[in-house]
Ligand binder design. Structure first.
Ligand code: SIN
Length: 311
């Protein structure tokens, strides 16, 4: 592979994009993370002319993503970002936890170069696989002058790390960006931008210096009909450092759960409300008992709270 100052690095982590099925028409009964990243690159003839490096960082079904893999991935991304010959980075990833990884990488790295997550809804063996086009589109984004920050590319749409959310279980166009809408679209290798790239803030990278098993534990509880104090009490007794409550509507919490969370907070556990709603944000009120995560989903709020506890 060639090397130049507009080098693109493709880091493989597994997912359906690297998955295989016994039957070409099977979009569900496949095994994720079977093909190596070099094979994915080789399946896209248009990438032959792109100066790139492919590296396998992990090989997993992203439902099984863990903090050790996140740390390893972030360190490799940071390594390549520091290489002046690298223009941008693509990470191949499963769709199921892609939005969490995107938010984690954005928070710990705050990259001024593009870090583009690529994925697929169909395995590589499908009759009409979506992975090769998604990978090519992701490389187009990584090569785009002025692109920056962590984004995801799926079905021709570019989503920012903060907003991106898997919103469909099966369709090829499985992601959306809620009220904000996508950053733009990839069309025939060109970009049609609708709004700005994620803006870099100071990175929250302290946890990268520590083994993942030392990272502060943060759990998610849900406010729902029939909710009670039990889960919160068990988690606090088990030493959790933070609790995200997946709250109803504009951040409201079942009174039984709220009482337990208030006791947890008084005892030193950090509590943060994130809305269960797929769209919108929590509009803050001065008398709220617990802080809120604005527009972050519960799984992304968990990442943010864990990183802030590690600082
Ligand atoms: C995964 O998330 O690794 C499997 C599912 C997918 O990529 O669509």
């Amino acid at each position: 592979m060639q090397v130049s100052s507009n080098k693109i690095v493709i880091l493989g982590t597994g997912g359906t994009i690297a998955g295989t099925a016994a039957a070409r028409g099977d979009h569900v009964g496949y095994t994720a993370a079977q093909l190596g990243v070099a094979e994915l690159v080789a399946s896209v003839p248009a990438l032959a002319d792109v100066p790139l490096v492919a590296e396998q960082v992990a090989q997993l079904d992203s439902k099984d993503m863990d903090h050790a893999t996140w740390r390893a991935l972030a360190l490799r991304v940071a390594h390549w970002l520091a290489d002046t010959q690298v223009q941008g980075i693509v990470v191949t990833h499963g769709t199921d936890t892609l939005e969490e990884t995107a938010w984690f990488l954005q928070q710990v790295l705050q990259p001024s170069k593009p870090v583009v997550l690529a994925c697929a809804m169909r395995p590589a063996t499908a009759l009409v696989a979506d992975g090769p086009q998604n990978l090519l589109d992701a490389v187009s984004v990584a090569r785009h002058p002025g692109a920056s920050g962590v984004v995801a590319v799926c079905a021709g749409a570019i989503h920012g790390a903060r907003e991106v959310r898997k919103s469909h279980t099966y369709r090829l166009d499985a992601f959306d960006s809620g009220d904000a809408g996508p950053i733009g679209y990839v069309e025939q290798g060109g970009l049609r931008l609708l709004r700005g790239w994620p803006r870099p803030l100071p990175p929250q990278a302290a946890l990268l210096a520590r083994d993942a098993h030392e990272w502060p534990r943060v759990d998610i509880v849900s406010s729902h009909a029939g909710a009670d104090a039990r889960l919160v009490e068990l988690l606090v007794a088990d030493g959790t450092r933070g609790l995200i409550v997946a709250a109803t509507g504009n951040g409201t919490v079942h009174k039984a759960l709220e009482a337990a969370l208030a006791r947890a907070q008084q005892g030193g556990t950090r509590v943060l409300r994130a809305t269960r709603c797929a769209q919108g944000r929590i509009i803050a009120s001065a008398d709220a008992a617990f802080a809120d995560a604005d527009d972050l989903s519960p799984v992304k709020a968990r990442v943010s709270l864990m990183l802030s506890l590690g600082d």
